[in-house]
Design a protein around this ligand. Structure first.
Ligand code: ZN
Length: 344
């Protein structure tokens, strides 16, 4: 089986490690019960990606993980700050402890150098900006710590905008758009060269970002609403707007976002992912589609299971008639093209 080097748009390793109670070196380098470990990445060709900081929900929040509609309340800035700093510190410790294996990268040149050296290229992402105050000071501190990608919201409201609650079948048009502070945050990210991720925004927030940003429109881990009408997926109107701006979608592997029945069922075959890829390529073109697994953050189809299973997905693409040149764009080249236009 051909192993294609993969640059992946999203994983939740850092928030998992924060709560697994192990030292990060033990968990990632020596093995853990998760989707991402050094050995699994090596086996599957996982050669780089956006590594998310995710401020966790308040432990008092009780939402049935199998419910169709899942709405999450705001988390406090103080709570989000604790998680954000803890996970940024984890990222620093992980990437400094063995940089020949996992390396912090701030540009495409650094990513390509890491790949040439055989190290996994890790770019720091923030999923939910609750920890950042309206003065945006923390944004600058995180930028200095390597942050190059940011989703203003996760799927809950905050001072910057409203994340889309999880629901199926339903429209992503679920509430008001960005606040004034949210617009300022997008402008400052543009100025710094931080990618603004559309993945968890509701539809009004999506159109706000589209009007403000001068950069390509990007969803790091999403899928197609026309195939699976989940609120987290992008409608054809959204995809067409992204295509006009040379944008990109990293395909999410989450079963509930991929299956046309919207059910959380890991018995989800490669043909389901291929339906989304075909649809996304039809609208965004062959340069606008990549991967955004959501490893360690969602229910992954059994046939992939974890980072070691990536070659099973690319083998399915080959079997469906995707040429190796197109697969290499989806697994690596398209993310490099996009990032070179945003982070440099
Ligand atoms: Zn996410």
């Amino acid at each position: 089986m051909t192993v294609f080097p993969v640059f992946d748009g999203h994983n939740d390793l850092l928030s998992c490690l924060q709560h697994e109670g192990e030292t990060p070196e033990r968990g990632f380098f020596a093995g853990r019960d998760g989707d991402i470990t050094l050995a699994k990445c090596f086996d599957g060709g996982f050669a780089g990606g956006l590594f998310a900081i995710w401020p966790t929900n308040d432990p008092a929040t009780r939402v049935d993980p199998m419910a169709t509609l899942r709405e999450f309340p705001e988390v406090s800035q103080a709570r989000a700050l604790t998680d954000t700093l803890a996970q940024a510190a984890l990222f620093a410790r992980l990437t400094r402890s063995w940089p020949d294996a996992l390396r912090a990268c701030r540009s495409v040149e650094e990513i390509e150098t890491a790949r040439a050296d055989g190290a996994i290229a890790a770019v720091l992402h923030l999923e939910g900006a609750e920890a950042i105050g309206p003065d945006l000071d923390l944004l600058h501190l995180l930028y200095a710590a390597g942050l190059r990608s940011l989703g203003p919201v996760w799927s809950r409201p905050n001072a910057f905008g409203c994340g889309v609650p999880f629901n199926f079948p339903a429209s992503p048009n679920t509430g008001p758009g960005l606040t004034g502070a949210g617009r300022d945050l997008v402008r400052e990210c543009d100025r710094l060269g931080i990618l603004v991720d559309l993945s968890h925004l509701n539809e009004a927030g999506f159109w706000n970002v589209a009007r403000i940003t001068q950069r390509p429109l990007v969803a790091t881990h999403s899928a197609a609403h026309a195939v699976t009408p989940a609120t987290r997926n992008l409608t054809n109107a959204q995809l067409e707007a992204m295509a006009e701006r040379g944008g990109l979608v990293g395909l999410n592997f989450g079963c509930a976002f991929l299956r046309p029945d919207g059910v959380k069922n890991p018995d989800t075959g490669p043909e389901v992912l291929l339906r989304h890829l075909d649809h996304l390529i039809e609208i965004l073109g062959e340069d606008g589609v990549a991967l955004g697994s959501d490893f360690d953050g969602t229910m992954i189809p059994n046939f992939i299971k974890d980072a070691a299973g990536l070659p099973k997905l690319t083998a399915a693409m080959q079997a469906a008639g995707y040429g190796d040149a197109l697969i290499a764009k989806i697994t690596w080249g398209n993310w490099m093209g996009l990032l070179s236009r945003v982070i440099g």
